[in-house]
Every structure is written in structure tokens, then in C-alpha cells.
Design a protein around this ligand. Structure first.
Ligand code: PHE
Length: 368
């Protein structure tokens, strides 16, 4: 215990006091000389100046308070000098730089390799979405977005899927719970395609329209190597006077060449979508075999990639309820929609769609 270091004084004459205080001063000087770092300095401070058990506190209670009245002054003067000494020693120790030993312990080996920071990278889906939007931005298209939780009206009815129509069965829908009391057109669902943003765009602006809509869509489909209940689409809509099917063909042929390389060919097959008439499926010449026929294209030389068509007059009629300029007698347009995962899988040679969502750094690290 520290307080045992300070014995009671038996004599209070000048000589005895000088001796007792000199011993403590020597001790303080010796202690201070041995200080070798901030921790030792703090320990020194506590040992000498600590409020409860510090040596000076003990000296004050054992020597100063216990002194007979005539000795108070000489003890007090010597106590003051000792305290000043300790404070000065402490000041010097705290402002002194670190000792050689402390410096050696902190030395930095500049030959060690640095800490590597991982570079972030665009996810392959984001990258494909951006690439597609840029291709169409260069053709004068602007980017549009809409809600993922959509109403039955925008997702289906306004896109010419009437209530109960069998075409609704082609997009198995995830609906929001407890909507039965609302009229059908107001009920909420997870959008099954980006096409409802066609209608939202036309309602908000008169023609001409050139818009590209990247976004996430949801369908109640079982997941397998090429299907996921959540995936991405890029939608396009172009409305103006005298837009023809050849404009559609030229636009998509250019886009596929920009995306996959200028040697890629396109062909258009008759198809059906409720919101386009006529409708077509677009195939591109197989990017793996150049059209000769391989396992990837099932020996056909062609790969089906997207849906498109001329905007159905019934869709314009819905838009005209809010924007009368969408008069199918005066304007025309085309629309197209494509699956982003499918395009990214072809471009980057990915065989499992689940890889996009697994967050596995070994997969994602390949896109840095
Ligand atoms: N919305 C359609 C789908 O998800 C794709 C499409 C968009 C077809 C635009 C034609 C025009 O299957």
C-alpha cells in the first residue's frame, strides 16, 4: 500500500523535517527519471497526486494535519515545495517525446505490403440495364420508371387484358393480400411486366414519346436454372405520327447489333400480346455459333430474345382518356420488352440465373 510508504513523524524540528522531505524529493526525482511512456507517466501521477491514496495526500494528513500548532508553518512550506517539484516533474514527463524503446515498438515496416481495398463493381444486371439504356439514350430515348406495387388497372386492364381474359393467365401474378373489398381495377399486385409504365408515361405527357423503362418485375413462377420469380425487364415505347413496323424493325436490329456486335442478324416472328397489334417475337442469330447451329440454339441458328409490336389502338384509347392527343387515327407507335437476366446470361456466359442473386463474391468478383 502506498500510504505505508509514509511513516508518521516523531519529531518536528527543522532538521528532521528537512531529512524527511528530502527523502521524498529524491524518491520523486528517481521515479520521474524512470518514466518510459504515457502509461508510466499516468501511474506516476496517481502514485504522487492521486486524490485518495496519493503520497502527497498521505503527507498532508500524516504530517501536516498531525503537526503541533507551532510546526504547521515549517511543515506547510516544505509540503508546498515538494508538491511543486512533483508537478514540475510530471509536466516535464508528459511533454517529453516518446523514449527510444517506445519509438522502436511503434516503428513501421515500410516494406510490408499495404492493405488492399476491394474495388466496387457494377452488378452484371445493373451493367446490362445501363448498357441497354445507353443504346436507346443515343437514339433520343429518355428513361422512365414506375412503381413495382402496381394496380390491376395499369398492369392489366389498361394494357388491354380485360378482367377474366385468358391472356392474364400468361403472367401468373403475385397479389397483395386483403384487397377483395376494392374494385378490381384498384387492387394492388406486384407488376408482372414493365408495360404498365407505358400507360403511366402516356397519361403524363402528350406524344411524341420515346422512352426506355428499366425495372424489376415479379411473377409467381418456380425458380429453375433460367427462371426466377423476381427478374428485370427493359421496356421501350415510341409514339409519334407515322411510326411504322419498319421503324420498329430498324430500331431493334440496331439495338441488338449495338448490344451483341455488328455481325448479329435479327428476324421477326408473328406472336401475340394483348397490347400490341401486330405482335412479334424477335430472334437474333446465335451469338455462340454465328448461326451455324449448336447446342445453345438447339441447332436452329437462332435465339429468341424479346417481344414487340405496334401499340394496339385499344391501349391508345385508354391513354386518350387523360391525354386526348393519343388519337389512334392521328398517331401510331411501337413497343418492345426484353428480359435483362436472359441477355446478361448470354453476354457473360452464365448458366444459372440464381448466380445473379446469391451474393457470392467469387461470382461477383469476375465483373470488377
Ligand atoms: N410485357 C411483355 C412481357 O412481359 C413484353 C412486351 C413488351 C411485348 C412490349 C410487346 C411489347 O412478356
Amino acid at each position: 500500500m502506498i500510504n505505508e510508504d509514509i511513516p508518521n513523524l516523531s519529531a518536528f524540528d527543522d532538521e528532521s523535517l528537512d531529512k524527511a522531505f528530502a527523502a521524498l524529493a529524491t524518491q520523486a526525482n528517481d521515479d520521474a527519471a524512470a518514466l518510459d511512456g504515457p502509461e508510466a507517466v499516468e501511474a506516476f501521477r496517481l502514485e504522487w497526486l492521486g486524490r485518495k491514496q496519493g503520497r502527497l495526500n498521505e503527507v498532508s494528513s500524516r504530517w501536516l494535519k498531525a503537526a503541533p500548532p507551532e510546526a504547521k508553518k515549517p511543515v506547510g512550506e516544505r509540503f508546498k515545495t515538494l508538491k511543486e517539484l512533483v508537478e514540475r516533474l510530471l509536466d516535464q514527463a508528459s511533454s517529453a517525446g516518446p523514449t527510444d524503446a517506445a519509438l522502436a515498438a511503434e516503428a513501421i515496416d515500410v516494406t510490408l505490403p499495404g492493405t488492399r481495398r476491394l474495388m466496387g463493381a457494377e452488378h452484371p444486371i445493373t451493367r446490362t440495364l445501363n448498357e441497354l439504356t445507353q443504346i436507346f439514350a443515343a437514339l433520343g430515348y429518355s428513361v422512365g420508371v414506375g412503381p413495382e406495387v402496381e394496380t390491376d388497372f395499369y398492369n392489366f386492364e389498361s394494357m388491354n387484358f380485360p378482367p377474366g381474359h385468358p391472356a392474364r393467365d400468361t403472367q401468373d401474378t403475385l397479389v397483395i393480400a386483403n384487397q377483395e373489398r376494392r374494385p378490381l381495377r384498384d387492387r394492388l399486385l406486384l407488376r408482372t411486366h414493365t408495360s404498365p409504365v407505358q400507360m403511366r408515361t402516356m397519361e403524363s405527357q402528350p406524344p411524341p414519346v420515346r422512352i426506355i423503362i428499366p425495372g424489376k418485375v415479379h411473377r409467381n413462377d418456380a425458380a429453375d436454372a433460367t427462371h426466377s420469380p423476381i427478374f428485370h425487364q427493359v421496356e421501350g415505347l415510341c409514339v409519334d405520327t407515322n411510326i411504322t413496323f419498319s421503324d420498329l424493325k430498324g430500331t431493334l436490329d440496331h439495338a441488338m447489333k449495338a448490344l451483341f456486335g455488328s455481325s448479329v442478324k435479327t428476324r421477326f416472328f408473328p406472336s401475340f400480346f394483348p397490347f400490341t397489334e401486330p405482335s412479334a417475337d424477335v430472334q437474333i442469330s446465335c451469338i455462340f455459333c454465328g448461326g451455324k447451329g449448336c447446342r445453345k440454339c438447339k441447332q436452329s441458328g437462332w435465339i429468341e430474345l424479346l417481344g414487340c409490336g405496334m401499340v394496339d389502338p385499344a391501349v391508345f384509347a385508354f391513354a386518350a382518356e387523360k391525354q386526348p392527343a393519343y388519337d389512334p387515327k392521328k398517331i401510331s407507335g411501337f413497343a418492345f420488352g426484353m428480359g435483362v437476366e436472359r441477355i446478361a446470361m448470354m453476354k457473360y456466359g452464365i448458366s444459372e440465373i440464381g448466380q445473379f442473386y446469391a451474393g457470392d463474391m467469387r461470382f461477383l468478383g469476375q465483373f470488377v
